[in-house]
Design a protein around this ligand. Structure first.
Ligand SMILES: [Mn+2]
Length: 443
């Protein structure tokens, strides 16, 4: 089209613009094209002032154009509050010749690439929910078929994102940190620590002031899961119907918020969502979760679990889980409200942290000594189902900090290098004595 600059956002018939209009942002200019009524190109040639006046009246945020110029048949307007508006006869042509701003010329479908928190139940559910939301609420107004791709993201030291991975026509991040990349067109997160840097936070704040951007990027740390947050935005702002997805949304909250109603529901793995979580957290196959994601919003979780590519993964993991329960049962010493177990002679990469309270429901605290390939760990936790007044409980983060560890008031951990197991054992012994004393006081 002979225009430089970047189109930063896509059509938005259901969003910022009114129902009968067609909008896109081109190089910071907002352009609006009527999809109904008279031929806008003809109207523009005939009576440009009337057309501009009509838009200004319709979109109050774009009042009082200070400057108007015409470039290759496009009229650019600068608004009072710095809002720039582009109204043009040629925009109608853009609408026809460019089905989507980021689409390759000649491509006959739109690629939406969804980036999600990897090996996380909420991450996979969020990616699935976004896809169904986009397919039902956004894609129909695009006028082209849409294909969805999935790419997992992990927390790591250094740069979290690889810009060259953002190859979609739309690039979406769910349940993961903010990226200020202009290639990211949608973002949903609920983590307290969503912004890596103050600059990222400022970038998002600026987005919130933009009427188009603020309809694409959403953050609320008050939500237990990204899945339930995404559902809320979909329902309240886009008319998304989440009624068929109630099971998924409910379980994303339970799993991500560790809101299990009892130690049994956390440990016995009876619910399909728990079994799926076990599989999702353990998988080493990079193709597994992308294959799973589309199914999560298509069928009940029990049916997802029955799919052959899923079903065969469960038995060995359930067996490993049962072995961990038996080992902890065998080793646990319960006294004065506190459980202690040492399983450091049985290296394992992780175990369900609710097992101690499943075995000793009356326990207040538990201290576990375990060993994996890269560390000896002292896990210091408290029973989420205890009836003890939280005000009187020991702050476990402070206990762990004394040994260079950390965590939250209710659960913490200390890591020692594998060759410092003796120090780990000594620290565990001191903490056990301290918590048993506190446990005695509770009685
Ligand atoms: Mn989450």
């Amino acid at each position: 089209m002979g225009m430089d600059g970047q189109i930063s956002l896509s059509y938005n018939r259901r969003g910022t613009f009114q129902e009968d209009d067609f909008g896109l942002v081109y190089d910071g200019f907002v352009c609006v094209v009527p999809l109904t009524g008279t031929d806008p190109a003809a109207a523009w040639r005939r009576e440009p002032d009337v057309l501009v006046a009509r838009w200004i009246q319709k979109y109050p945020g774009m009042q009082k154009p200070l400057r108007a110029k015409s470039t290759e048949g496009l009229l650019c307007l600068t608004g009072a509050a710095g809002t720039r508006m582009l109204v043009a006869s040629a925009v109608a042509v853009i609408a026809v010749s460019m089905p989507h701003p980021f689409m390759d010329q000649g491509a006959d479908f739109l690629r939406v690439r969804v980036f999600y928190h990897d090996k996380c139940f909420d991450g996979a559910c969020s990616a699935s929910l976004f896809t169904r939301f986009h397919r039902e609420c956004i894609a129909p107004s695009l006028g082209v078929p849409v294909e969805y791709e999935f790419h997992g993201l992990v927390h790591r030291a250094g740069a979290l994102f690889t810009e060259s991975d953002f190859t979609g026509d739309e690039n979406v991040i769910v349940d993961f940190k903010y990226s200020a990349s202009p290639r990211i067109t949608w973002w949903f997160d609920h983590h307290q620590s969503a912004f890596l840097t103050p600059a990222d936070h400022a970038h998002f704040q600026a987005c919130l002031l933009d009427p188009v951007c603020s309809r694409r990027k959403f953050f609320d740390p008050a939500y237990t899961s990204c899945t339930s947050f995404l559902a809320h935005i979909g329902v309240t702002q886009f008319g998304f119907d989440v009624k068929p997805l109630a099971e998924l949304i409910c379980w994303a909250d339970i799993v991500d918020g560790a809101k299990y109603e009892s130690p049994e529901s956390a440990v016995e793995m009876a619910a399909p969502a728990m079994k799926l979580t076990l599989i999702i957290e353990a998988t080493q196959d990079p193709e597994f979760i992308p294959k799973l994601i589309p199914l999560l919003t298509e069928m009940p979780l029990q049916e997802v679990l029955r799919q052959p590519f899923v079903a065969h993964l469960l038995p060995p993991l359930m067996e490993q889980h049962s072995r961990a329960i038996e080992l902890i049962r065998e080793r646990a010493e319960y006294r004065d409200g506190t459980i202690f177990f040492d399983i450091s002679d049985h290296p394992m990469e992780g175990f369900n942290k609710f097992i101690p309270y499943y075995l000793f429901p009356e326990a207040i605290y538990s201290i576990g000594l375990s060993k994996s390939s890269f560390r000896t760990k002292v896990a210091v936790g408290s029973n989420p189902w205890t009836k003890i007044d939280p005000e009187t409980m020991v702050n476990l983060a402070q206990v762990c900090e004394r040994y260079g560890g950390g965590g939250h008031a209710r659960v913490g951990a200390i890591s020692f290098s594998p060759d410092r197991s003796d120090e780990a054992r000594a620290a565990a012994k001191v903490i056990v004595a301290e918590l048993r004393e506190a446990g005695l006081r509770e009685k």
